[in-house]
Design a protein around this ligand. Structure first.
Ligand code: DOR
Ligand code: ZN
Length: 350
């Protein structure tokens, strides 16, 4: 069985920089026409000038013949000036601004300490039409790690949606029933991305016979009842929900450590894993809306012209991906390492 669909886009990916960028970009570029590239580099992408330079490095790292288009984002800080938002809008290549609560996740130290400090920047984004992408977790250490998304919605997101009614907002990598219910009930300005791993796994995956660092990400995997709600949202056909892999590569030694990094690498099967999830729900025909149509419509971009074909045929995932050839003396453990993925893409030669 095969399924042909408009070439998808990834509305949330971490491509990193330098050697890691060169190692991982081909996986994303082979599947997706475009991707929203997260700005949380070690030194975050805070200005349009930095976004332009990062974009140039991504373009230079593309495999020969690839037409992959990186859609750049800026990293919101307490001090992002209104002029930078206007510059972003005028650039033509910066498509959104990412809000990381300070300390919430990888390289978020420069993030926002209190969103009220950003009201001028948010007003400018609302005025010129630049979407706000939200890492929706509070950082309050008193809040249980599994409740951080729900509490974020109550304490922060509600206020932003009410105060900036024309601001486009994406609740990134939504992981809870609370999150999808909030988004579904919110005005059309509010949408959410869903990762394949949060659709396919619940939190038991982190503790399968021992502690599993390669199943650890942020927001952390949740209970089965939440996974079921995410599946229902993704496969509902609602234009508010679209694909964002949140593929986040970390070298093996930084994951298998006393304090391991958060992030799953899924770009090697970035569309195939979603096909598995939609097939399991019995609605493969809805994959195209979720993967190829809802995202561009929300961002005000045209859908892609090209098509790809997915074949219902499994393939083995390697135990690890070599990084030595990219110049890193380590490996990358991909999602489903040593297992199989249930769909493959027909070779397009790209
Ligand atoms: O698991 C995650 N990894 N969550 C994030 O929010 C950041 C990401 C990363 O950059 O590694
Ligand atoms: Zn992310």
């Amino acid at each position: 069985m095969s399924l042909t669909l408009i070439r998808p886009d990834d509305w949330h990916v971490h491509l990193r920089d330098e050697a890691m960028l060169r190692a991982v970009l081909p996986d994303t570029a082979r599947r997706f026409a475009r991707a929203i590239v997260m700005p949380n580099l070690k030194s975050p992408v805070r200005t349009v000038a930095e976004a332009r330079a990062y974009r140039d490095r991504i373009l230079a790292a593309r495999p020969a013949g690839s037409a992959f288009e990186p859609l750049m984002t800026l990293y919101l800080t307490d001090n992002t000036p209104v002029t930078e938002i206007e510059r972003a809008r005028a650039s033509g290549f910066v498509h959104a601004v990412k809000y990381y609560p300070a300390g919430a996740t990888t390289h978020s130290d420069f993030g926002v300490t209190s969103l009220e400090r950003c009201d001028d920047a948010l007003a400018a984004m609302e005025a010129v039409g630049v979407p706000l992408l939200v890492h929706g977790e509070v950082t309050d250490p008193a809040v249980d790690v599994f409740d951080r998304e729900a509490v974020f919605i109550d304490r922060i997101l509600q206020r932003v949606v009410a105060r900036f009614p024309r601001l486009k907002i994406v609740l990134e990598h939504v992981t809870t029933r609370d999150g999808v219910e909030f988004v579904a009930a919110a005005p059309a300005t509010v949408a959410a991305t869903l990762t394949a791993h949060h659709l396919l796994l619940n939190r038991n995956a982190m503790f399968q016979g021992g502690i599993r660092p390669h199943a650890y990400c942020l927001p952390v995997l949740k209970r089965e009842r939440h996974r079921e709600a995410l599946m229902a949202a993704a496969t509902s056909g609602s234009p508010k929900f679209f694909l964002g892999t949140d593929s986040a590569p970390h070298a093996r030694r930084t994951k298998e450590a006393a304090c391991g990094c958060a992030g799953l690498y899924t770009a090697h099967a970035g569309i195939e894993l979603y096909a598995e999830a939609f097939k399991a729900a019995g609605v493969l025909e809805r994959l195209e809306g979720f993967a190829s149509l809802h995202g561009p419509a929300f961002y005000g971009l045209a859908a892609n012209r090209e098509r790809i074909t997915l074949i219902d045929d499994s393939w083995p995932v390697p135990d690890e991906i070599d990084l030595a050839s990219a110049g890193i003396a380590d490996t990358l453990v991909p999602f489903r390492a040593g297992g199989r993925v249930g769909f493959r893409i027909a070779d397009t030669g790209v």
